[in-house]
Write a protein that binds this ligand. Sequence first.
Ligand code: F6P
Ligand code: MG
Length: 439
Amino acid sequence: TLRVPPSLSAKVEGSFAYLTIRDRLPTILTKAVDSIHRNKDKFFEQYGEEGLRAEKAAIGLLSKLRNELQTDKPVLPLVDELEDAEGWNLYLQRHEALQGEQDPVSWFRSPWLYVECYMYRRIQEALWLNPPISGFDAFQEAKTQSYFESQRAVMALCTHLEGLRKTVAGLPEDQLLEHFDRLLQVSLWGNKCDLSISAGQDNSQKTSPIDSLAELRPFILVDDTRSVWSALVSARDRGGPGRVDIILDNAGFELTTDLVLADFLVASGLARSVRFHGKAMPWFVSDVTAQDFTWTVRQTVASNHRFMSASGVQWQRYVREGVWTYLDHPFWTQPHPFCDMAADAPDLHAGLQGAALVLFKGDLNYRKLTGDREWAPTAAFATALRGFAPAPLCSLRTLKANVQVGLQPGQAEQLGQRQPDWMTCGQYAVVQFHSPPRR
Ligand code: F6P
Ligand code: MG
């Protein structure tokens, strides 16, 4: 039997997990507080005195949360009555039992993945306990701003897509592969633009990503594009194009790159349909919620830019016709590694089994695929997945955490010599594929 390595944790002083909890998370909380405060007048207009009371109370809860975090207090059970609260509290008990009484479950002592997810869930609690503003997204403004800051890059991408749309039907297979390869990389590098690694600072895409793909290529540490392509083509040639599921990461530029890829997959006959999976609550600052998804498509339609709006119209049509669907599931906003999905969210797991390909966008999804553990960089991806393989799957991820598997012997050492922070600087990426054993 396999010995599973320990979870990444802020216990290790100086580690990226430690620095995240010490520096980045408090900053993110402060920004959430600021955003709520800036909307004070709006709350007053909408809800009167009750809105002001709620604003104050929510901010009070968030300040208390920041204090708990900074002084490494024990993790507290949730007290709101959201559907998933009980699950979170059971999860806490599980961790308490594992750690034992000597070692309380706390911000700097427990698994990083768990406490980081827990922080976002507590932000939701602070709002939920204050009804008139419970639906407020404290990261909305940051997401919107980052979307607008990447406008030029979005235009360039939509122009590319509209050009492609005209020719894609008759393309020979080798050219189709070239286009696939390109748009997969655009979607991959779109993951650079998240607002969690930058603690909410501007991190948008300013230039056309298509022009820089060649320069970026050497930074892709594992490139399984060929296998991803084969999964789609073999499904297509077996029984017609299959369904692709995209487990989304960030709103803003990254989401647009995902929509462009999805459009290409359908237009080229590589996929019959696409299901997008987003988050049921604001998550890791910039992750896509239902509201972000709808907003982005509408915004694209409403653009003055001819090709942007043409793309948007097409996306709306896909949604209307059910070729594209947007879904969320509580599991995506829980702290579980994906190897727990079959047991903890069997409905979601069963649903994914119907896909020809599942694309997991971004760093957080990679951490959950690998359980956020201290794997040796040469450990096999299949090993780190610990049995999770509902369908052929691929991670498209820029590295922003100390976990990476599937590298060649010596590769990590070489990278470390060239750039000591290669795992967390966001400049490196992987296109990493795994397929379930044939049944
Ligand atoms: O806050 C840390 C973190 O989980 C990092 O691992 C990563 O920087 C970020 O948040 C989320 O990145 P992504 O949006 O790619 O999942
Ligand atoms: Mg994210």
